[in-house]
Design a protein around this ligand. Sequence first.
Ligand SMILES: O=CCCC(=O)O
Length: 465
Amino acid sequence: MAIATVNPATGETLKTFEPHNAGEIEERLVRAERAFREHRLTGFAERSRLMHRAADLLEEDQDAAARMMTTEMGKPLAAARAEAAKCVKAMRWYAEHAEAQLADEHPAPSDVADSGAARAFVRYRPLGPVLAVMPWNFPLWQVVRFAAPALMAGNTGLLKHASNVPQTALYLEELFRRAGFPEGVFQTLLVGSDAIAGLLRDERIVAATLTGSEPAGRSVASIAGDEIKKTVLELGGSDPYLVLPSADLDKAVRTAVTARVQNAGQSCIAAKRFIVHTDVYDTFTARFVERMSALKVGDPTADDTDVGPLSSAQGRSDLEELVDDATRRGATAQCGGGRPLHLPDGWYYEPTVLTGVTEDMRIHREEAFGPVASVYRVDSLDEAVELANGTSFGLSSNAWTRDSAEQERLTRDLEAGGVFFNGMTASHPGLPFGGVKRSGYGRELAGHGIREFCNATTVWFGPEE
Ligand SMILES: O=CCCC(=O)O
């Protein structure tokens, strides 16, 4: 895939970029390693000062950065502005909390004595240059949620961003440089995915993080595993959204729409499978279809647009195939189900609600990366849990119930990295984020995220001290 900015609203190629050649990649690896030697020795106060500066700069750039994202991957401008603001918040959050999160840990005195030590503690030390392979769907946020903790911990970062967001990738490198981070602390590699294997095998790269598809995760994890290098993987999701009889139905319907069509449905944590108890199924489905049909699909730069184009022609045809497969096998599109006729240019797809989805349909098993919801009817909580867990994914989950016994049961039984009650899944700097099963492993954000790329070093002093 060429490294290029192609406007998803028009299909027009706006700018193309030459990939870095072998020499340019080598220069960046040298710089990353050299920068790590210095950066690991800087204190938290200095790193925090620089991270705050990066946050301030991004805040000043919010509008321009948002326009860049909208042009490169098609999200509505308001959503792009919100993404930039979320990055600012996360940078400030790590600037303020990293030191406490990486403070020395002191084991129980009885365990220290039992180990024969006069004293012992755990220190979190940085690992080195980390490769970040990142996707286009949240082109700033996916990177910042890696970079803010990684840089605050004393690591250096090398970004291989998706090939359709090169301007955002270069902007991020420039942002950290303008903030004052020394040369080499954060760099963008303009390379295709064919360069990833070589980077992972390079001894200067010590670890990797990837947000992307399951095949991409498998490939990165297998090479990194072969090299005995730590990885964090955040892969796809097909999050369930349970609606049970005690739900506040108005809120459950309104939130369901946002949860499904955020980012034109191109979010790993978007709710995708709506599992609705039979007592409220008819009302929920009718109101959900009504609201999904009323969404305004169109120009992502217009203020009143709810749903922009999908990011690529390929993304749209993948989605079309899933929906066509389902309807061919007997599912019903209660609304949508195709391209909006009034938008012949650009990669638009209508908000779609499918009912009658069955196990033999691809959409039942695969991630629908676009504004397409599958609604299922269930007769009991047991059936809802079984259906919710009947997927290879386990990123997050949502449940609408005001019954505390049901909440307890779902907290115990839903196979996912998150269980969100009476609201929709959203990431937050202070809450760990990640999945189980084929949605990946490891955690981003919060203290869990910053410690992923640290060496938890046991420091032990014998009695002779
Ligand atoms: O695509 C997954 C990440 C979405 C988010 O963090 O809001």
